[in-house]
Ligand binder design. Sequence first.
Ligand code: AMP
Length: 392
Amino acid sequence: MNVLVVNAGSSTLKYQVIDTKSHKVSAKGSCERVCFTGGTFTHAANGSKKVTENIEFPDHKVAIEVVLKDLEANGVKIEGIGHRIVQGGWYFGDSSLVDEDVLAKIREVAPLAPLHNNPEANVIEYCLEQYPDLPNVTVYDTAFHFNMPEVAKTYALPKDVCDKLHIRKYGAHGTSHRYVSGRCAELMGKPIEELKIVSCHMGNGSSIAAIDGGKCVDTSMGFTPLAGLPMGTRSGDLDAGILQYLMNKYQLNIDDMLNILNKKSGVLALSDGVSSDFRDLENAHKEGNERAGLAVDMFNYGVKKLIGAYAAAMGGVDAIIFTAGVGENSASQRLDIASGLEFMGVKMDAEANNVRGKEAVISAADSKVKVLLIPTNEELMIAMDTAAIVKG
Ligand code: AMP
């Protein structure tokens, strides 16, 4: 089946057309600066060279219209559309075939992720109106974490408020964790039901997931993607008392405070402003910048601690997966994270680890715990879900 996979962000719309049988991508592109001026449309289809044009996108409906018209003009046939939805909230533990009810629920949970769910819902609305014969499927970033046990997903806050306002740990990167853990089982030649896996999605945003028997039992992101590890510009977990102290001291309102926590913290802040990009940090450290080194060390230390915590939570671990920008590319960070874990049966193979961007076992042959590099492919997962649901 030929599926158009749509990933609508707050100011972008990325897409791929994927054949779910061959996994071939026949068209791919992105709309940038959606809802702003100075928009650009970058696209390629049927093996053509990538082209970038200046097109204004006043909203996401215009962006998806431009994409669908471009596919038509290039003769790219699609049989279904798969939409990445950032927040499935308290409704969605699985991907769904879109109808009016699904669309209404995506809008209902939008206050949990307003910058994402609303544009995503607008894109779906356009597709339903303009292409009523094409089935639409929604795949939620939170769905993989939906059924985490109470001990993992509950906050120590008043129960009535949490119940009423649906406050719980929702997690993120669920589609990525699901994809790489499935591939891990395939590569290990074992049923996923028999495996305990720690999946490390390390990119600009990062989250770690404990996956026991194919089900997520804990994850580091929380009610929002601000929780857990220090990230590119996000603080990760911190003592809420700091908020009160800072807000009082500098007369900040909560929006100012969250702007700092989301955009001015993380490894950018730890490195004293060097960069939010791990490549820059590694380079700056090599040139002697100690704070850049500390930022990378603190991130790695956080990942290592979570691997240990999740091994304890699951009563063991059979495999550790590294994925996403940092996980797929930084051999030094993978080695740093996994070294010191020999006590729990992790033994890296430094030579095998000297690889980037392709599936590989990077632990030693006699390592009790397998360590794998598995490039993530959320788009393929969304396309496969779309085909499975459409075919019933
Ligand atoms: P993602 O959000 O998955 O696209 O990952 C983006 C992050 O991957 C960037 O912040 C980079 O710091 C990181 N990254 C990409 N390539 C490398 C590399 N060769 N070494 C270290 N980090 C990298």
